[in-house]
Ligand binder design. Structure first.
Ligand code: FAD
Ligand code: NAI
Length: 475
């Protein structure tokens, strides 16, 4: 007999697995289908984020930062090392173990919440009375029936035209996380989030890293003052970034990879590297979904078309995460997953797109929420800005990490916080206070009046809020 579910989720990345758990919590009979396997053929739920994205990249960023500290900063603390070495094989094995713990954690959560998991590819078979038939192709082939379907099939790396990823020399995020030895020369195409994070990992371990960026400027989506500071710091760290490049050819062979491009002045240049990471953005992933069978609308970018509530063109078919419009972030996917599950259960799920934080896990970290100064200026809105440097923060000095600042932008009249931008130590953690404040539509003065523990990096947040009113206490 056909198994029938209230909700079938296709994809177990952060959008899908969280949607499935929330739906099950709300009493809906839920299944989740995911096709990812690990190198032993076992299920590897968690999607891009867990397997080849957020989690493994942060594991390698941590390992390489530890190495960098040992090489360059331990001596300041009076710690000397006779022989410092990096065992890349062990570093990669640790990363794989971190990934596996997350895969297993999700399988455990499915069991705990009574979500039925199918390991295989899910695709639309046909619409039927009261729902849809979904074909599962995996270890066992079967067809299941769903009253509601949530598409959470994620995204995949974009390749340069005519230059497919071989994951040996021309690498996507997948290959970039599995380089077996520190390359002498590493090329990176694209100075976006992946380029900066993965470029940082291999630079810290000793690679000579050159980043080729098509745009004439650095990090155009980031607040200009943060982007300016970041470029200064990354260049000092040894990342070579060239702007305004136009790549005309990429040749890969035994000797490595040769990239031919014109530089910002229009002169032809070549870059010879051992490995080339191509990180020029990601495309929504709908291949294999058989969307045509049911007439699910897909746009020109390959994204599933949804409205503000993640409803697709078909009744009771929803889509969340990287496969739809909006930022490609794990926490955005999760929020949409929860909201959709709640809407299916008759509740009023909500996602506030204005308070989704961004974090880039370089060193120093970069994090922000809300509008940038250039966006506020473009709107013509009157605003006040306040900034506080980590150089003047006692905890940052004790940590030995005083690069960067916290910057507040607030409405000139009401003092409502419009945006907070941080470049500095633990920016990923510090940004949460700003997210909470903006969610409650707080003013800069609200933050300035709150008691912050001393000595802590969060005091820089309070001081930046005080700076909006030109009354910092420690600077
Ligand atoms: P995905 O995580 O892509 O999951 C989709 C899942 O669906 C996959 O397991 C896929 O195999 C499966 N699937 C697809 N089609 C089918 C089908 N037909 N049947 C069955 N299964 C199917 N975001 C952050 O917020 N913070 C970070 O630090 C961060 N770091 C990143 C680092 C890297 C290197 C990369 C590449 C991305 C990073 N991201 C980060 C982005 C984040 O990974 C994505 O935004 C997030 O994974 C999107 O979640 P999702 O559930 O929409 O899709
Ligand atoms: P990205 O969109 O962040 O950056 C791509 C960069 O490549 C841009 O600067 C773009 O101008 C440049 N580019 C595009 N085509 C080019 C070409 N032909 N030649 C040279 N440069 C070119 O994309 P990226 O880094 O691939 O990451 C994809 C997404 O994954 C991110 O947008 C983000 O949503 C997510 N991600 C999030 C992370 C985080 O939250 N910390 C970490 C890593 C990825």
């Amino acid at each position: 007999m056909t198994k029938t579910f209230d909700v079938v989720v296709i994809g177990a990345g952060p959008g899908g697995y969280i949607a499935a758990i929330r739906a099950a919590q709300l009493g809906l009979n839920t299944a989740c289908i995911d096709e990812q396997s690990n190198d032993k053929g076992a299920p590897a739920p968690g999607g891009t984020c867990t397997n080849v994205g957020c989690i493994p990249s942060k594991a390698l960023l941590q390992s390489s930062e530890n190495y960098d500290h040992a090489a360059h900063h331990f001596a300041e603390h009076g710690i000397t090392l006779d022989h410092l070495a990096i065992d890349v094989k062990k570093m990669l094995a640790r990363k794989d173990n971190v990934v596996k713990q997350n895969n297993d954690g999700i399988l455990f959560l499915f069991k705990k919440n009574k979500v039925t998991f199918f390991h295989g590819r899910g695709s639309f078979a046909r619409a039927v009375e009261g729902g849809y038939e979904i074909a599962v192709k995996g270890a066992v082939d079967e067809t299941i029936q769903a009253r509601h379907v949530i598409v959470a099939t994620g995204s995949s790396a974009r390749a340069l035209p005519g230059v497919p990823f071989d994951e040996q020399r021309v690498l996507s995020n997948d290959g970039a996380l599995r380089i077996p030895d520190v390359p002498k020369r590493l090329g990176v195409v694209g100075s976006g989030v992946i380029g900066l994070e993965m470029g940082s990992v291999w630079r810290r371990l000793g690679a000579e890293v050159t980043v080729l960026e098509a745009l004439p400027a650095f990090m155009t989506a980031v607040d200009e003052s943060v982007a300016k500071e970041a470029l200064k710091v990354f260049t000092k760290q040894g990342l070579k970034i060239e702007f305004g490049v136009n790549i005309s050819a990429v040749k890969s062979g035994e000797e490595g990879v040769v990239v031919t491009y014109t530089d910002a002045k229009g002169a032809e240049q070549t870059l010879a590297v051992d490995k080339l990471i191509v990180s020029i953005g990601r495309s929504p992933h709908t291949a294999g979904l058989n969307a045509e069978a049911v007439g699910l609308q897909i746009d020109q970018r390959g994204a599933v078309v949804v409205d503000a509530e993640c409803k697709t063109s078909l009744p009771n078919v929803w889509a969340v995460g990287d496969v739809v419009r909006g930022p490609m972030l794990a926490h955005k996917a999760e929020e949409e997953g929860v909201a959709v599950a709640e809407r299916i259960a008759g509740q009023h799920g909500h996602v506030n797109f204005n308070t989704i934080p961004w974090v880039i896990y370089t060193s120093p970290e970069i994090a922000w929420v809300g509008q940038t100064e250039q966006q506020i200026k473009a709107e013509g809105r009157a605003y006040k800005a306040g900034q506080f440097p980590f150089m003047a923060n006692g905890r940052a000095r004790a940590l030995g990490n005083t690069t960067g600042f916290v910057k507040f932008l607030a409405d000139a009249k009401t003092d409502e916080i419009l945006g907070v931008h941080i470049i500095g130590p633990m920016a990923s953690e510090l940004i949460s206070e700003a997210v909470v404040a903006m969610e409650f539509r707080a003013s800069a003065e609200d933050i300035a009046r709150i008691c912050h523990a001393h000595p802590s990096l969060s005091e820089a947040t309070k001081e930046a809020a005080l700076a909006v009113d030109k009354r910092t206490l420690n600077f």
